[in-house]
Write a protein that binds this ligand. Structure first.
Ligand code: TXA
Ligand code: MG
Length: 330
């Protein structure tokens, strides 16, 4: 651990300080069940501007607003479609974000001038405690510098901003591990703009119909964030197919011979065959892979070369993980 005076345990006292800071327009990083968020008071233009500036985030990529589970979101957005309630009741609080038509009550900078507003009610008790304490809508992107891997520990947040975030609430390692599923609920039926832990199949079960925007590029443009580079570790990376393991080993050995360090990130069945190498084993199930991916991308940065080996994305959840995995290595 480096010098990290800005990392705070979550107590009644630190939450009181967090509330004051948020009210004053300062930024507070907080844990959720997916990744850490960089929180700002959604009513204050200045606070939102500083989120964009600190992250180096493109000005056309809107932010998600986070609220506690008892917050009346009808003060912020129009809940005018019966299926919206079905999805909300089934999955919120949880790792899902719903994009509604906005009532334009928060700073227009949150949604970059779009007519919509993305709402998330995280499930993590730490997130709920923070959101309840501030009792304000909190605009929060993932708490990483733009393009870098999303943070799943307080230390990741600290390291990314070199200590520049004055308050990071520490809730331990995020369990979910990848960002929330973003679902547009402004149309006749829900459309997934960003894949995540909640899948189309799960949503279909509660309201009959759900599509992925990636199947239709016109819909995909509704989520500006998906077009940018993402999740990249700060070390050299190489990606191989699962039938190219020998090539990966060759590169690994070359690197070691030249006096540098290397490791291989892969799923469980490949890891079993590579026991004599430095391996980051993503595991077997989609849940395991999701919860390990960002943590291991950060671990992999400690090596001079981080090799990735592709895996079969034979479930929807594995496809959500694969989406990030490929972007991280490109
Ligand atoms: O799990 C998560 O969603 C985390 C935690 C902190 O809640 N947050 C997160 O935020 O991943 P961020 O800013 O890294 O990603 C937000 C995504 C982007 O792809 C953005 O384009 C999309 O949500 N988004 C936000 N508001 C939108 C809107 N009004 N319409 C369409 N897409 C929107
Ligand atoms: Mg992000």
């Amino acid at each position: 651990m480096k010098n990290c005076n800005n990392i705070f345990k979550i107590t009644d006292e630190t939450l009181k300080i967090a509330k004051e800071r948020i009210e004053n327009g300062e930024l507070v990083a907080f844990p959720t069940e997916t990744v850490y968020g960089l929180g700002a008071n959604a009513f204050l233009d200045e606070a939102i501007l500083s989120v964009y500036a600190k992250k180096g985030r493109p000005g056309d990529n809107p932010l998600i607003v986070h609220v506690h589970k008892d917050y009346d979101i009808s003060t912020l957005v129009f809940e005018d479609k019966p299926y919206q309630k079905l999805i909300k009741d089934a999955f919120m609080p949880g790792p899902i974000t719903l994009v509604y038509k906005s009532k334009n009550k928060v700073s227009p900078l949150v949604s970059c001038g779009l007519e919509t507003l993305a709402i998330r009610i995280p499930k993590s008790l730490s997130a709920q405690r923070f959101l309840k304490a501030v009792n304000l809508p909190i605009a929060a992107p993932s708490a990483n510098v733009s393009k870098h891997t999303s943070p799943v520990t307080a230390q990741h947040v600290y390291d990314d901003f070199k200590g520049e975030i004055s308050m990071i609430l520490d809730g331990g390692r995020c369990e979910g591990g990848i960002e929330s599923t973003v679902v547009d609920v402004t149309g006749e039926y829900p459309v997934i703009l960003r894949k995540g832990l909640i899948t189309a199949e799960m949503i279909k079960k509660v309201c009959g119909k759900c599509e992925y925007a990636t199947e239709n590029s016109a819909l995909n443009s509704r989520s500006p964030g998906t077009k940018y580079r993402h999740y990249c570790p700060s070390t050299k990376t190489l990606l191989f197919g699962k039938d190219e393991i020998n090539l990966a080993i060759e590169k690994y050995n070359e690197t070691i011979k030249s006096g540098k360090t290397a490791c291989i990130m892969c799923e469980n069945s490949v890891a079993e065959k590579l026991k004599e190498f430095n391996v980051l084993n993503l595991g077997l199930t989609g849940e395991e892979m999701a919860s390990r991916l960002y943590y291991y991308l950060h671990e992999g940065e400690k090596f001079d070369l981080l090799i990735g080996i592709k895996f079969d994305a034979d479930t929807e959840l594995k496809q959500s993980v694969e989406n990030r995995f490929i972007k991280a290595y490109s």
